[in-house]
Design a binder for this molecule. Structure first.
Ligand SMILES: *[C@@H]1O[C@H](CO)[C@@H](O)[C@H](O)[C@H]1NC(C)=O
Ligand SMILES: *[C@@H]1O[C@H](CO)[C@@H](O)[C@H](O)[C@H]1NC(C)=O
Ligand SMILES: *[C@@H]1O[C@H](CO)[C@@H](O)[C@H](O)[C@H]1NC(C)=O
Ligand SMILES: *[C@@H]1O[C@H](CO)[C@@H](O)[C@H](O)[C@H]1NC(C)=O
Ligand SMILES: *[C@@H]1O[C@H](CO)[C@@H](O)[C@H](O)[C@H]1NC(C)=O
Length: 444
């Protein structure tokens, strides 16, 4: 369903006459939102529903009499919506563009666990666990995939050559009964993928798994229980850059999507120390803890609350959809199996930001501390102080999860699509440098 829209000079100040397809390549339109004008809309008007993509009237010109078609054309076109021009200039170069790498209609092959390895320019991600187009359920696992060389696929997409799921996306075979329903992921050194898994059925629990890239059929299960009790549906992971401990969220989506039993524990955020085996509960105040990222200095953690989905009543526009920030404290205490152990606590809980559309799912940071989150109409970007800088608007399913893919690029999973946003002036922390030296997991 690749819709094509033609923009003519005059509709968009900055755009020349061009045809923009939903798998657009080439510089994407950069459109400036007139915040003061947005603040006071002509009345009467009907409020936008929580999941309706947001194309502000001042860029679509709807409020000054442009046609509804112009609004709808923008809503179907990847573009940058700027809220803070000065800060946006530190993030976008004039070449910024959005490239659809692969599109497979009818299969949510690209859900979350977006993980980039610079040494091979490879991207890993997983299909939807339990969702409508996920081809997985209580009896069938979802799948971990990789694109071996994203620069190569992006170059072909940019030159108009076809790309395809069959040709460019490869299954990462993890044929172990221990790894069930992958949802979160990140690098663990250059040679392992660290996964958060949701579990499947009553007796196959979720947890944390380490998958060697060189032999993915031989994963190590780091953690699959809390003192003999099962987690609900572990969702996302972060590795603390100083202690090497693994922070993860435990959400409720296995129960909501019918592949896990009802909740057996509160929904919490945890820290697991692979060196000592210590497991510590960190937080039980985020309603549905989902996406998680730790700032590059290890001092802040951001957790997204996805309670508009699956938290009763469901869906509910008034449920919390905020990004919560905490300060991370780190205290060294004697350990029994190790010389010392770091005890992390989360303090100074605060609402960092609230997204314009829907809820924030996957989340990441750049090296300047800006925060990027996937929502139902794209990627919203905030300054470290929580001021909105821009939206990287993506039509159709918006963005689910995202990760920097080397300097200047962000890879985005969006169910039936993988996007690559290129030409950025920023990069992310090098997660392949984690865990810190000397704390690396050594397989037997
Ligand atoms: C919006 O509409 C006004 C009035 O028609 C026009 O002058 C202006 O150039 C338009 N702005 C954009 C961004 O298209
Ligand atoms: C589970 O998913 C698989 C793969 O899509 C499908 O073949 C099977 O029929 C599904 N089972 C149920 C109970 O829906
Ligand atoms: C990826 O593909 C590009 C373009 O084909 C090539 O130049 C590059 O060497 C490849 N990278 C790796 C790590 O193989
Ligand atoms: C990969 O792992 C499998 C399963 O544990 C093992 O049998 C096999 O020998 C390993 N292969 C290599 C090349 O290490
Ligand atoms: C979950 O709890 C509800 C209400 O008690 C019950 O009706 C339902 O069968 C339970 N589901 C599972 C999968 O245990």
């Amino acid at each position: 369903m690749a819709k094509r829209f033609v923009f003519t000079v005059g509709l968009l100040a900055a755009a020349t006459t061009s045809t923009v397809a939903s798998n657009a390549v080439g510089p994407a339109p950069v459109l400036y939102v007139d915040l003061a004008r947005e603040a006071s809309l002509p009345v009467p008007f009907t409020g936008r529903d929580i999941f309706v993509p947001y194309v502000p009237a001042s860029i679509a010109n709807v409020s000054v009499g442009a046609s509804r078609n112009q609004h709808d054309a923008l809503a179907a076109t990847p573009h940058f919506q700027i809220r803070n021009a000065k800060l946006a200039r530190t993030i976008l170069t004039p070449d910024a563009r959005m490239v659809q790498l692969v599109y497979e209609p009818g299969y949510a092959f690209a859900h979350e666990a977006v993980t980039y390895f610079p040494n091979t320019d490879s991207l890993y991600f997983c299909s939807d666990a339990g969702g409508r187009l996920g081809r997985s359920n209580a009896s069938t696992n979802n799948v971990e995939f990789q694109i071996r060389n994203i620069t190569d696929v992006a170059a072909r997409a940019a030159s108009g050559q076809p790309t395809s799921f069959a040709q460019d996306v490869e299954e990462v075979k993890i044929d172990s009964d221990s790894v069930q329903m992958i949802n979160g992921g990140m690098p663990y050194g250059s040679d392992h993928v660290l996964l958060a898994t949701s579990g499947r059925g009553d007796t196959l629990p979720g947890g944390l798994a380490l998958v060697p890239r060189a032999n993915s059929t031989n994963p190590t299960i780091l953690l699959n229980n809390a003192y003999g009790r099962q987690f609900n549906s572990p969702n996302d992971v972060g590795v603390h850059p100083i202690s090497g401990q693994i922070f993860f969220t435990d959400a409720l989506y296995g129960a909501v999507q019918g592949f896990r039993p009802n909740l057996s524990m509160p929904l919490m955020t945890w820290a697991y120390d692979p060196l000592s085996g210590n497991l510590k509960a960190l937080d039980d105040t985020v309603t549905v803890p989902n996406g998680l990222v730790i700032s590059p200095d290890g001092k802040t953690v951001y957790i997204t609350d996805t309670s508009p989905v699956g938290f009763p009543p469901n869906p509910k526009a008034s449920n919390r959809a905020s990004i919560i920030a905490f300060d991370v404290t780190s205290e060294s205490v004697p350990g029994s199996s190790t010389e010392h152990i770091t005890a992390h606590s989360l303090v100074n809980r605060r609402l960092f930001a609230w997204p314009e559309t829907g809820f924030c799912d996957g989340i990441t940071v750049d090296t300047n501390g800006n925060v990027y989150c996937g929502t139902q109409d794209g990627i919203e970007v905030w300054s470290p102080q929580g001021l909105s800088i821009m939206k990287m608007f993506l039509p159709n399913d918006g963005a689910v999860d995202l990760a920097f893919a080397g300097h200047g690029r962000i890879a985005v999973s969006a169910q039936e699509r993988i996007w690559l946003i290129e030409g950025l002036a920023v990069g992310g922390p090098d997660f392949t440098a984690l865990p810190p030296k000397g704390k690396k997991f050594e397989s037997a």
